[in-house]
Design a protein around this ligand. Structure first.
Ligand code: NDP
Length: 450
């Protein structure tokens, strides 16, 4: 395997493989970043001297803990909790919590690693972290979810703090879960420390536009990529995967910018709605009723079809926005997208595109926004929430969205200019990896060997 034709980097990668056995997603995420760093080491020998790559790939602290809880019938369950405090060179650890049965050490490590570079790209003072549990909230009552969240926080609270580590939501963790987690933190610590969690409710320290920010940001990044090619989203067909927080607000912003969003999905299949997704109905089914996309199709009637167990990327589209989960867009999917004339792809989810799929898109010259840039609007708005909490202030939706627009443009331009500076014009993957790495590496060198 050739990372970047740099033997030093290949040897670092071999050590990472050996020291983190069985963590396939972490290996994939590291390989993708390291593959961009050859030219940086060549230009900046101080990074190699300080062994920044070796240090940046090793989390500062890894927490794994037992989470016992009882269900409504009194049966005892034991889950595993994780928090990966990956890098604090730029600020307190910051990154979401994921509750999903697939959560494992390797998944949390990959997400934490990505988060370090993503957070740097936002230009905000936040380090990188991620956490979660193999708990599955699907089908659980509110009381069960509350007991789980309380047990989870009873261990995690000692590691958190507005200057230490500030979690937020991710898959399976939305406003309900953040509420229960925050309540338990407050009870244990006897402190109303608003800045310890983000994604809070608007009435108790949450920020306007945080719920919308990841999805909105992904579409704003996409619009910026298209604008640089003299195109826009007006009248385009857009395909979105997923139907959770990121997907719903990606659909909303794409519609606001004049696109027709024709798909959404969940882990059972996808909906094709040629007339355009009815967002009110989707929100009703997914956010209010916690239902499935098949229910949306049933209620939408003849307009929409539910296609069970198939890939949403087979549908011809102009713009593809994977917003569900890692490795959901395969090489075969990428071939289909290119064959059907896709014009841009941007990752709302974290690492949804496999390396093989990315190569197909790259060879076809399709503008591609990697997650660490395209979906950074969520964490950036979390940093704005921390800012409001610290100053006991609360901004309007319009003002917060204005900041989000500026931030997404800043991220786009940073990636684009960095790619250009390092001889890969138009390559947002290289631009994001190098720009994020340089920012963190410079801070690490300045802060000494810690
Ligand atoms: P949600 O839990 O709100 O929604 C997740 C969606 O993805 C659901 O529709 C879910 O379907 C679907 N999904 C999950 N696993 C699979 C799978 N294996 N196959 C197909 N569909 C699947 O999560 P979010 O919207 O918050 O997160 C989505 C992605 O965006 C994740 O990769 C997350 O890390 C990333 N992200 C989220 C941010 C945020 O602010 N929330 C910030 C940046 C990135 P089902 O219900 O069937 O499981």
């Amino acid at each position: 395997m050739h990372l970047s034709q740099t033997p030093a980097i290949e040897s670092i990668y071999a050590t990472i493989l050996r020291r983190n056995p069985g963590e396939a997603e972490f290996h994939q995420a590291v390989r993708e970043v390291l593959g961009s760093l050859g030219p940086v080491l060549a230009k900046r020998p101080e990074f190699a001297q300080a062994k920044i790559i070796e240090r940046i790939c090793e989390p500062e602290r890894q927490l794994i803990f037992r989470v016992p809880w009882t269900d409504d019938s009194g049966e005892v369950h034991i889950n595993r909790g994780f928090r990966m405090e990956f890098n604090s060179a730029l600020g307190p650890y910051k990154g979401g919590l994921r509750f999903h049965p697939s959560v494992s050490l390797g998944i949390v490590k990959f997400l934490g690693f990505e988060q370090v570079f993503k957070n740097a790209l936002t230009g905000m003072p936040i380090g990188g972290g991620k956490g979660g549990s193999d708990f599955d909230p699907k089908g659980r009552s509110d009381a069960e979810v509350m007991r789980f969240c309380q047990s989870f926080m009873t261990e995690l609270y000692r590691h958190l703090g507005e200057y230490t580590d500030v979690p937020a939501g991710d898959i399976g963790v939305g406003g309900r879960e953040i509420g229960y987690l925050f309540g338990q933190y407050k009870r244990i610590t006897n402190r109303y420390e608003s800045g310890v969690l983000t994604g809070k409710g608007l009435g108790w320290g949450g920020a306007q536009a945080r719920t919308e920010a990841t999805g909105y940001g992904t579409v704003l990044f996409t619009a910026e990529m298209l604008r640089h090619r003299g195109e826009d989203l007006e009248g385009r067909r857009v395909s979105v995967s997923g139907s959770g927080n990121v997907a719903i607000y990606a659909i909303e912003k794409a519609q606001q910018l004049g696109a027709t969003v024709i798909t959404c999905s969940d882990s059972t299949g996808y909906v094709l709605d040629e007339k355009g997704i009815d967002l009110d109905l989707l929100k009703q089914v997914k956010e209010t009723e916690r239902g499935r996309v098949s229910h949306y199709a049933e209620r939408r009637g003849a307009h929409a079809a539910f296609v069970e167990g198939a890939s949403v990327w087979a549908v011809p589209t102009d713009v593809a926005l994977p917003c569900a989960t890692q490795n959901e867009l395969s090489e075969t999917d990428a071939v289909a997208l290119v064959r059907n004339g896709v014009k841009a792809v941007a990752e709302g989810a974290n690492m949804p595109t496999t390396p093989e799929a990315f190569r197909v898109l790259e060879q076809a010259g399709i503008p591609f926004g990697p997650g660490k840039a395209a979906n950074a609007g969520g964490v950036a708005t979390s940093a704005l929430e921390m800012q409001q909490n610290a100053s006991r202030d609360s901004w309007t939706f319009a003002h917060t969205e204005e900041r989000l627009v500026e931030i997404m443009k800043h991220i786009h331009d940073t990636c684009s200019e960095t790619a250009e500076r390092y001889g890969s014009p138009g390559n947002y993957v290289a631009g994001a990896n190098i720009a994020g790495f340089e920012l963190v590496a410079e801070a690490m060198v300045a802060q000494g060997l810690i």
